[in-house]
Design a protein around this ligand. Structure first.
Ligand SMILES: *Cc1c(COP(=O)(O)O)cnc(C)c1O
Length: 335
């Protein structure tokens, strides 16, 4: 952890925990008998998919909102995410009495639009791509003074996600390894900073899918790079880290011990195991920690391990096909 100071400090995470404690659930960490037996060490599951809105994204969104000045909050917040960040921001804004505007392209399916509206957000539909939606965000920031809340590359968002790390250490003080789903790196940055400050010897490993592993490619290149986006069962892990990344690239570089990559079949096996053995419905991104253990890709060094089930917002038809072992779906997703 040497080198230049990181964009988020441990104290920011403790402050976030105090700020958001009345607004988010403190999710349980439970021991998995089946994964403990398989791994030969105690394996704890942080059941964060039970978080309000179905993912941890609510922590960062709440912390960002509650860190704003009253004037900023009055102006309203804006983002381009139609996934878990959009849901979280819509929910948090409604709870705090402000308005969220979620920008999306014409390609976004109607059910997603309806879901975001149901959460109380305004929806702006423009253009035919995520880039067009992002341009609309920038227009609303410029013209209407809305405040952008990005999904990961923001210090308040990272500090909010880091509160999960505090809870993991509280629940499992003897933890030796933490597995964290990884995309833009907001979750991994915050959790790694929290866990390693409290327990300097703990290893923190990011888990993501083989194709479209933007943080891994960027760390290998020594700077943020773009990778082609390929559909995946772990759809919440898609997207780049941003070529102008300010926060999470440096933090993942400083704090992650390793990044493990998974195939679509391995992610499907993780979802199946979560359902059949743990009786938990998780989306692909939420199952990657289990999947990495099942695939034999984690060396526990004989120490207790914790992993985060990060979300559960999966289409139930897709989930049913995954747990039924329908393999055509892997080809579809790989196409
Ligand atoms: C956003 C998300 C991730 C990845 O988080 P990053 O901060 O982008 O690395 C993992 N799992 C779920 C369910 C998510 O919604």
């Amino acid at each position: 952890m040497a080198g230049s100071p990181l964009p988020v400090a441990y104290g920011d995470i403790e402050a976030a925990a105090r700020r958001i404690s009345a607004h988010v659930l403190r999710t349980p960490l439970v021991l998995s008998p089946s994964l403990s037996e398989l791994s030969g060490v105690p394996v704890g599951l942080k059941l964060e998919h039970h978080q309000t809105t179905g993912s941890f994204k609510l922590r960062g969104a709440c912390n960002a909102l509650l860190s704003m000045s009253p004037d900023e909050r009055k102006r309203g917040v804006v983002a381009a995410s139609t996934g878990n960040h959009g849901r979280a921001l819509a929910h948090a804004a409604k709870a705090e009495g402000t308005i969220a505007t979620i920008c999306m392209s014409h390609l976004v399916p109607d059910n997603k639009v309806a879901e975001i509206r149901r959460l109380g957000a305004r929806v702006h539909i423009t253009g035919a791509s995520q880039d067009d939606a992002q341009r609309e965000v920038e227009r609303l920031v410029e013209q209407d003074g809305l405040v952008m809340v990005p999904p990961f590359d923001n210090p308040a968002v990272v500090a909010g996600q880091g509160t999960l790390g505090l809870e993991i250490v509280d629940s499992m003080p003897e933890v030796g390894t933490v597995l964290v789903p990884l995309s833009g790196g907001g979750l991994a940055s915050g959790v790694a900073l929290a866990v390693k400050t409290r327990r300097p010897g703990v290893r923190v490993i990011g888990i993501t899918m083989e194709r479209g592993a933007a943080m891994r490619a960027s760390l290998d290149a020594g700077r943020p790079v773009e990778v082609p986006e390929v559909p995946s069962l772990a759809d919440s892990l898609g997207g780049g880290i941003g070529l102008a990344n300010r926060v999470t690239f440096a933090m993942c570089h400083a704090l992650l011990d390793d990044i493990v990559l998974l195939s679509e079949a391995e992610i499907a096996a993780g979802m199946r195991h979560a359902y059949a053995q743990e009786r938990e419905i998780v989306e692909g991104a939420g199952a990657v920690g289990i999947a990495a253990l099942l695939a034999g890709k984690i060396d526990t060094h004989g120490r207790p391990l914790a992993l985060i089930l990060s979300g559960r917002n999966v289409d139930m038809g897709l989930h049913r096909r995954v747990v039924n072992g329908e393999t055509d779906l892997l080809r579809e997703n790989a196409a």
